[in-house]
Write a protein that binds this ligand. Structure first.
Ligand code: ZN
Length: 515
């Protein structure tokens, strides 16, 4: 990106800040409080989901209602409470959450008293919680059970001004959500939301690993398995990952599909489940998506990682093309769906640390194109197009087009409503590679052609600010794919996500997920 372009971008983004301050207010971080009985319960119940919230800029607090001073075979009292408080702080640091508070109630002695209820009400209020996560009140451990009861008892009182009147009440009742358990009576846990924690699974284990007194000393002692804890930090952390089963339960698969779509769901390994509590605010489907932004959009494309760089020759022959899902372009600008095999069009996405690879396959009986220079107006004839929004602001995005003659059009859109074409064309990617393979004869309008395929290698470093490959698993990029086929009346404009009226509707792009 050249300097004048950069300045223009900065000016434009300042303008957007001014224009959309209400949007900014709407996008303020979510406030989440996860409440457990002991200083490791929240980590177990929601450590992965908390790390995902935190990585997306939301504010998570863990709260332990007891100080954990009974959880050890040879230590106890204040010294143990102090040790466990320090372990909790270290876990918070590793998970990236804002706060881990440990109340000074005794471990093993928690009762759902008015005093504890008021402690909880004040904490939820001060955190201005949008979401409160709690255990269900069915559990073998009285502290867990009573934590469930006491938080349930706070679910309505947090909005009642005359209760704990020294702390301003919440204007909006939070959503109360149970964390998962395996207890069957009186009723089993039935998740409404299942979060894919694969991107942060190691971080969850890393958080648990901070609770040395629990996972490597006390809990193995209670299950007579102290001798199984390996020596050495790396070995025991690896052992810890296998001690509890975080694998997605087969019965939950359909819930993952509901939130992530079948393509993503097919790959999910580790998950945390949550069930909406009947008390507190009852969220709509749309609100759950806002509260759990890591669920992503159901319209998502999976970019598959390739170990070897792809040869950009227009041939979709590498084995990665057998793995990458086909993204069919079936929407036209006028809402009709097309499934005519004569015009069948699909895209595929792969990536490595350097390039985003986008491929197209277009069935076409008449392949033609008169353009011969970069940045000519390819959309006036036949072209494939990909729009990529790397900052999740739905305002500015990269537009790339390729013609059957392998001519490239690359531009950067800053105002989708009023596109200044000459200005957007100043954007030129230096390291981009494209290739086209045609089955047929380009520009012989009399014979019958079959198909053309396109490969693009798009340099990450040029399309994303401060790019680092490590961030890709958490990236929230948006994308859409298009094809213009002028001779296929009325199916001239095909897209993946429907964008009736104009291709330039970034809010309607689908999600691009890196796996
Ligand atoms: Zn516990």
């Amino acid at each position: 990106m050249n300097l004048s372009y950069r300045i223009r971008l900065i000016l434009t983004s300042c303008l957007y800040t001014l224009l959309f301050c209400s949007l900014g207010a709407q996008e303020k971080p979510l406030q989440i409080i996860v409440i457990g009985a002991h200083p490791d319960d929240a980590d177990l119940d929601a450590g992965g989901t908390a790390a995902l919230w935190a990585s997306l800029g939301h504010n998570v607090k863990f709260l332990s209602l007891t100080n954990g001073d009974a959880g050890h075979q040879s230590q106890g009292g204040g010294a143990l409470a102090k040790r466990r408080r320090a372990e909790a702080q270290e876990s918070a640091r590793r998970l990236g959450i804002m706060e881990y508070e440990t109340l000074d109630n005794h471990d093993g002695e928690l009762i759902p008293s008015l005093e504890v209820r008021l402690q909880v009400i004040r904490r939820i209020r001060r955190w201005k919680a949008d979401i409160v996560i709690l255990p269900r009140p069915n559990d073998y451990h009285p502290d867990h059970r009573n934590t469930g009861l006491v938080v349930q008892d706070a679910a309505y009182m947090v909005i009642v001004p005359n209760v704990a009147s020294d702390t301003p009440p919440l204007k909006k009742n939070p959503v109360f959500i149970y964390s998962q358990d395996h207890f069957q009576k009186p009723n089993p846990f039935e998740p409404d939301i299942v979060v894919n924690i694969d991107p942060v699974f190691e971080r969850k284990i890393d958080g648990m690993d901070a609770h040395v007194s629990q996972f490597y000393e006390w809990l193995p002692w209670t299950s007579n398995s102290l001798d199984q804890v390996p020596e050495g930090k790396a070995a025991r952390k690896q052992w810890l990952a296998g001690v509890r089963n975080w694998k997605l339960k087969p019965a939950w698969k359909s819930i993952v599909e509901k939130w992530y779509g079948p393509e993503v769901a097919a790959d999910v390994q580790y998950a945390e489940g949550f069930e909406i509590c009947e008390y507190g605010r009852q969220p709509s489907h749309e609100e759950i998506r806002k509260l759990f932004p890591m669920l992503g959009s159901p319209a998502s494309v999976k970019a598959v990682k390739t170990e070897a760089p792809l040869k950009i020759d227009g041939l979709l022959e590498e084995s990665i093309y057998a793995q990458a899902p086909r993204i069919y372009l079936k929407n036209s600008l006028t809402r009709e769906l097309t499934s005519d095999p004569a015009y069948e069009t699909y895209a595929q996405v792969a990536y490595d640390d350097t390039y985003l690879y986008v491929a197209f396959s277009c069935n076409d009986q008449d392949i033609h194109s008169s353009f011969s220079k970069r940045d000519e107006h390819l959309w006036e004839e036949e072209a494939v197009e990909v729009f990529i929004d790397t900052d999740n602001e739905a305002q500015n995005y990269v537009e790339l087009e390729v013609s059957p003659k392998n001519i490239l059009y690359d531009s950067y859109i800053v105002d989708p409503v009023k596109i200044d074409v000459p200005e957007t064309l100043k954007y030129n990617l230096k390291a981009i590679k494209t290739a086209v393979k045609v089955k047929g004869t380009v520009n012989n309008r009399k014979d019958k052609d079959q198909n053309w395929t396109v490969e693009m290698a798009i340099p990450f470093a040029e399309i994303a600010e401060d790019f680092s490959p490590d961030q890709l698993p958490l990236a929230k990029w948006k994308i859409n794919f298009y094809r213009i086929n002028r001779d296929a009346s009325p199916l001239k404009y095909l897209s993946w996500r429907p964008t009736q009226g104009s291709f330039h509707q970034p809010s309607k792009f689908g999600q691009l997920i890196f796996r």
